[in-house]
Design a protein around this ligand. Sequence first.
Ligand code: DGL
Length: 226
Amino acid sequence: MERAASAGDRDAPGGIFDSGLGGVTVLRAVLERLPAENLVYLGDNARVPYGTRSPRTVLAYARSCAARLRQHDIKLLVVACNTVSAVALDMLAVELDIPVLGVIGPGARAGIRASPGGRIGVVATAGTVDSGAYARAIGVEDSRAEAIMEPAPLLVPLAEEGWTDGEVPALVARRYLEPLVAARIDSLVLGCTHYPLLQATLERVLAELSERPVPVIDSAASSPCW
Ligand code: DGL
């Protein structure tokens, strides 16, 4: 669990943003842990997906989301989006005078805890994969563990459409999971806020492909907390 250094005005709301509706999975997890907190959520549905855009564009979008949330006098900012956490978190933390919490560290730690052999599969957006953020976070926590990354961009529009089960999501899931199973992963981190919406399908397909049980980690469930 990642904790903010200072929570400022205790009664002020916390701000959470994501590129779309996927971050509601993080919002729900935070509310379960901190039910008395007042939270303001921003889903940037107008510009989703972030995961296929350049780091520079993602940073520009992240700055505008943060500025919009600051109009609510938020006491801290949770970056629910893995892509923003991967490419823009450090910059936001430098630029804002409130605590800024991301999701990569908590997700990486949960993956390590669930992985007996240290072969942690991570499905994420192309932007998150290209950033190397999960590999770095996993390496910092456990130098013997390895992140095996697979970009899974088509899961984002499926989640946004609410098309989370049936033949098409299962075929897409199979296409992304086959290389990870071939690489003998022993845990799978859902490194994108949208993917937990397809968790049942991903778990079923993974069980079909694997000879042994592979735990699936919803990175939202190990979200930041303060
Ligand atoms: N919310 C993004 C993330 O967690 C995924 C969706 C997108 O591509 O915008 O990485």
